[in-house]
Design a protein around this ligand. Structure first.
Ligand code: PLP
Length: 383
């Protein structure tokens, strides 16, 4: 029987991978930064190969076929009909978050950030000359969500001019419902708070009952108060092939955003457009297999963690990132403890909650099994 491409173990140690060089020669399975251990779709590889047959990689604009592919993808996946003019191409979602934070309001204003969250969202407001106001997520009905009373109180402050949302949520794995997003949009729009929605994980749906709804779609007629950031980078394992995009329906917001990018955000690399175009045009079957694999890994991980002492895992409706509570472990630094036992996690403190560690399970089944045995052994030694 042939092995699934998603179960093949690929040696990345000679690729200067940030994920794999972190631990030097230590025998540590890296399960931290959010890229996957899977070969990209053959269609993407072929498109890149055929582009480099041409000997010049000059400055490039987004190909018309990429516009068409993204518009078709948004319609097919989220029933979101956008106009081509709404798209602003970016070499990453993070620069988009930075541009959005700097163009909204004025120096000294506040940025609301539901947290814990993917760590750049914690640091970008200050870099953009703003004050960050945390909106701690609340755990209710087995998932983390927005504290709407707190949001209403904070949004009322006239200095609050934008909100950075991560949807689906990294690291808590929450898939916000349409009703939640609509409520958030109503509160923010009432108080003139621009909503910047980082939806980079939108295609990584684990819970079939919880589809992704773009914030701008849930917003309906309030969509002019949104900036959405998306990218093929998480979905198609193109994290090092920087091509992302902002979707900005309102022309005035779009102009301010583009102005904030001017001279600070580089243009998208030529090959990155090619990879993105191939991903959105030909990647559907690869993506369907990816989701099956991630759902299997998620089940394996959940069953294993449920049977382990000291740790537990919150529900993960989306992303390939598990949010694992380690607060009962009798060690000072659980992340370092697991590293000593051969598993490299992201410390929850980096995202704003030291009670947790984040584990990236986008790997071959065998790698996950080895990591789980190591975690089990590490915990057994605490007894
Ligand atoms: C929520 C979120 N936003 C943005 C990024 C990074 O985006 P980019 O590499 O396009 O800047 C990540 C990467 O892990 C992420 O999880």
């Amino acid at each position: 029987m042939s092995i699934s491409p998603f179960d093949q173990i690929i040696d990345r140690r000679n690729t200067s991978s940030i994920k794999w060089t972190k631990y030097g020669d230590e025998d540590v399975i890296p399960m931290w930064v959010a890229d996957m251990e899977f070969a990209i779709a053959p269609e993407i590889l072929n498109a890149l190969k055929s582009r480099i047959d041409h000997p010049i990689l000059g400055y490039t604009r987004a190909p018309e076929a990429l516009y068409e592919a993204v518009i078709a993808y948004l319609q097919r996946s989220f029933q979101w009909q956008i106009d081509e003019s709404w798209l602003v191409w970016l070499p990453g979602v993070v620069p988009g978050l930075t541009a959005a934070s700097s163009m909204a309001g004025k120096q000294g204003d506040s940025v609301l950030v539901p947290s814990p969250v993917y760590h750049p969202l914690l640091h970008i407001p200050e870099k953009a000359g703003k004050e960050r106001i945390d909106l701690p997520l609340v755990y209710q009905q087995n998932r983390w969500s927005i504290d709407f009373d707190l949001l209403e109180r904070q949004a009322k402050n006239p200095r609050a001019t934008s909100l950075l949302l991560c949807s689906p949520h990294n690291p808590a794995g929450t898939m916000y419902t349409s009703a939640e997003l609509r409520q958030l949009m109503e509160i923010c729009t009432k108080h003139n708070v621009l909503v910047v929605s980082d939806e980079i994980h939108c295609d990584l749906v684990l819970d079939e009952q919880a589809p992704h709804v773009p914030t701008a779609v849930a917003a309906g007629e309030l969509a002019s108060n949104t900036i959405t950031l998306m990218s093929p980078s998480k979905t198609y394992n193109l994290a090092g092939a920087n091509c992302s995009f902002a979707i900005i329906p309102d022309p005035a917001v779009r102009e301010k955003f583009s102005e904030a990018c001017h001279y600070t955000v580089p243009i998208v690399p030529t090959l990155s457009y090619i990879a993105a175009q191939a991903a959105y045009t030909h990647g559907q079957s690869w993506h369907a297999q990816l989701i099956q694999h991630l759902r299997r890994n998620h089940q394996t991980l959940r069953s294993a963690v449920d049977a382990m002492p000291y740790i537990w895992m919150d529900a993960t409706a989306a992303t390939y990132l598990a949010w694992i509570n380690t607060s009962d472990m009798p060690v000072e630094d659980p992340c370092d403890y697991f590293r000593q036992h051969g598993v490299g996690l992201s410390p929850g403190a980096q995202f704003g909650d030291p009670n947790y560690q984040r584990l990236n399970f986008a790997c071959a089944g065998e790698q996950l099994d080895t990591a789980l045995s190591r975690i089990e052994r590490a915990l057994a030694q605490l007894a």
